[in-house]
Design a protein. Structure first.
Length: 127
């Protein structure tokens, strides 16, 4: 059986309220409210997405708007033009110029640990 590596997609006109869970890569272009849990997969928040949810995935790429906490067992990447309001916990964090971030960052090996890291308010640029 041949596996298709194309990520699943939530389209621009789709609104989901509740919990999204899965084991494949996901691209969100619409609106999601609640939680998104993709523990072994990559989550991409598209440039037109408006997400009011707590996000948990292996890797998270943010191009749009997110209001909620982000937890990644790997990398969180915030691209130019995105907006994140919430705490980030991951092994690695990349922030491009013109990305807007308001929250706390915890870059530790133990991603299951509770937030107690330093506060940071960041409006673009690199740390």
């Amino acid at each position: 059986m041949v596996m298709d590596n194309t990520p699943a997609r939530i389209g621009k006109s789709i609104v989901i309220s509740g919990e999204v869970k899965g084991s494949e890569d996901l691209i969100v272009d619409g609106r999601v409210e609640g939680t998104v849990n993709l523990s072994e997969s990559k989550l991409t928040i598209g440039p037109d997405a408006n997400v009011a949810a707590d996000l948990s995935a292996k890797d998270v790429l943010i191009l749009g708007q997110v209001k909620g906490n982000v937890v990644a067992s790997g990398r969180v990447e915030m691209r130019a033009g995105c907006s994140v309001e919430g705490d980030i916990r991951a092994l690695r964090l990349a922030v491009e110029d013109n990305a807007v971030f308001r929250g706390k960052v915890d870059l530790t090996q133990a991603v299951t640990k509770a937030f107690d890291g330093a506060s940071a308010t960041h409006s673009g640029g690199n740390f």
